[in-house]
Write a protein that binds this ligand. Structure first.
Ligand code: C2O
Ligand code: CU
Length: 477
């Protein structure tokens, strides 16, 4: 790759000297100046997710390996040719990018589905720098569950170069440890509650990898939670770390204590690498028992560094909401069936009658969740309901997102980067984001400028919730 793009950092398997470097694959070709082309072939491939000695698993990927990392410079155009070699239709949604609606990749809403054997091209110029990702927007439970996703980095935000720049994809897999095959991606009770969790936790497809970093250096970690279900409380143990961007959007650096990272959310950190022979651990403190996600091991001559004080990133020009005269919206995220929700609790507590009643209710309807009392009609998304709201192009909207459930919901709005203004429950910094985590019974206020026309999805990114009703769209005209 030209343009000074460096592949930094090497991921190696812990304790295996023969393991080959396993950084995520970097792709794209520059043919004409200002443009990069990328060919993505969605197909089934094999990967070792259960460790080097475990059985293989069938994964769905866009390239020869898991999670392509596409890096382009701000201002460059990306031209993508997608070929679908999967047994079902697909499409690519470019999560977090403020691009035209016809490039947004939602089958039946912004484009026709890409059927098996078909091709589809996308072409857009991302306006903002940052850490983004891409994934299908149909049968997401199975397609993302099998790994179909990639990372898109738009460069140009660094005011000071880092000693390494690592992309870390957090994703769990629902695997049968003996065969490497998949367990059901969705379960009735999971879909009605906090979701169905994976059985194998990985970072870049490996369990708790050991990642070699330049000793004493300042390392940029781009963390992406691409799991369908799991929320993490991300922290760093054994070293200093600061948050520098949220969902790719620069924020004045602040020390990382722990940051609640839901599905689809990203967090850019700078971590001071340990001295040679030392270790710093990337942690998840969500559960009572903390989990080591990855270990950074220092190697080489120590960098000569001053006290840890990461420089802020350069911000892109996100339209600033004009609060005076802004229009108000409210979105209530709720259960669509109080009866099912209650039965799921009793069934989990071991009540066989509740379990049987729940089975019959779920057989009759797979709708579990709603936004403003409307549930997306479950199925293949080909039935498009009416929009949740009509917005006028160019106006500022202030939206209150309220969680009326005892579960977390990472709420994502397509096409617009919104400003998170505040929460009724947590002390959140004011920041720009494309996905915000609503914790139980929390209300969060966001604001954004509806500056591009089209039908823009709003949904929970906990995929079992999204696919059982918690999805809608806004029409901007
Ligand atoms: Cu990342 Cu509609 O999704
Ligand atoms: Cu949800």
């Amino acid at each position: 790759l030209g343009g000074g793009l460096a592949v930094a950092g090497v991921v190696a398997l812990r304790g295996r000297s023969d393991a080959k470097p396993a950084t995520l694959p970097l792709r794209t070709r520059a043919e004409t100046p200002g443009e990069r082309t990328l060919s993505l072939v969605a197909a089934e491939r094999r990967a070792k997710l259960l460790g080097p000695d475990g059985p293989d698993s069938a994964v769905w990927t866009y390239g020869e390996r898991l999670f392509d990392v596409v890096r382009i410079a701000q201002g460059e155009t990306l031209a993508v040719e997608l070929e679908n070699r999967l047994p079902e239709h697909t499409a690519i949604h470019w999560h977090g990018l403020r691009i035209p609606n016809d490039q947004d990749g939602v089958p039946y809403i912004t484009q026709p589905p890409v059927r098996p054997g078909e091709r589809h091209s996308y072409r857009f110029t991302p306006p903002d720098t940052g850490t983004f990702w891409f994934h299908p927007h149909c049968d997401t439970i199975a397609q993302l569950g099998r790994g179909l996703a990639g990372v898109l980095i738009v460069e140009g935000d660094e005011s000071v170069p880092y000693d390494a720049d690592l992309t870390l994809v957090l994703k769990d897999w629902r695997l049968d440890a003996a065969t490497g095959g998949y367990l059901p991606f969705m379960t009735q009770r999971g879909a009605l509650r906090a979701g169905t969790f994976g059985t194998v936790r990985t970072v870049n497809g490996e369990t708790a990898p050991l990642i070699v970093v330049p000793a004493g250096g300042d390392v940029r970690l781009r963390l992406l939670n691409l799991d369908s279900t799991r929320v993490g409380d991300i922290g760093v143990d054994g070293g200093e770390a600061a948050v520098i961007a949220i969902d790719g959007n620069p924020i004045a650096p602040f020390p990382l204590k722990d940051w609640r990272l839901g599905p689809a959310m990203r967090l850019d950190l700078v971590v001071r690498a340990p001295a040679a022979g030392g270790e710093v651990r990337l942690m998840d403190y969500f559960a009572a028992e903390p989990v080591v996600l990855a270990t950074l091991a220092g190697e080489g001559e120590p960098a000569k560094r001053k006290a840890f004080d990461p420089a802020p990133l350069t911000r892109s020009a996100i339209p600033e909401p004009r609060m005076k005269g802004a229009e108000r919206l409210t979105f209530a995220f709720a259960t669509a069936s109080k009866q099912k929700a209650a039965l799921a609790v009793s069934a989990d507590d071991g009540d066989p009658l509740a379990a049987a009643m729940l089975d019959s209710l779920c057989a009759a309807s797979t709708v579990n969740w709603s936004i403003n009392r409307e549930a997306w009609p479950v199925g293949d998304h080909s039935q498009v309901p009416k929009p949740l709201a009509l917005l006028r192009e160019g106006r500022t909207y202030v939206a209150e997102l309220s969680n009326e459930t005892p579960h977390v919901h990472p709420i994502h709005l397509h096409g617009f980067t919104f400003k998170v203004l505040g929460s009724t429950k947590r002390d959140l910094p004011v920041h720009f984001a494309d996905t915000v985590l609503l914790t139980p019974n929390e209300r969060i206020t966001i604001a954004f400028v509806a500056d591009r026309p089209g039908d823009w999805m709003i949904h929970c990114h906990l995929i079992e919730h999204q696919e059982t009703g918690m999805m809608g769209y806004l029409k901007v005209a």
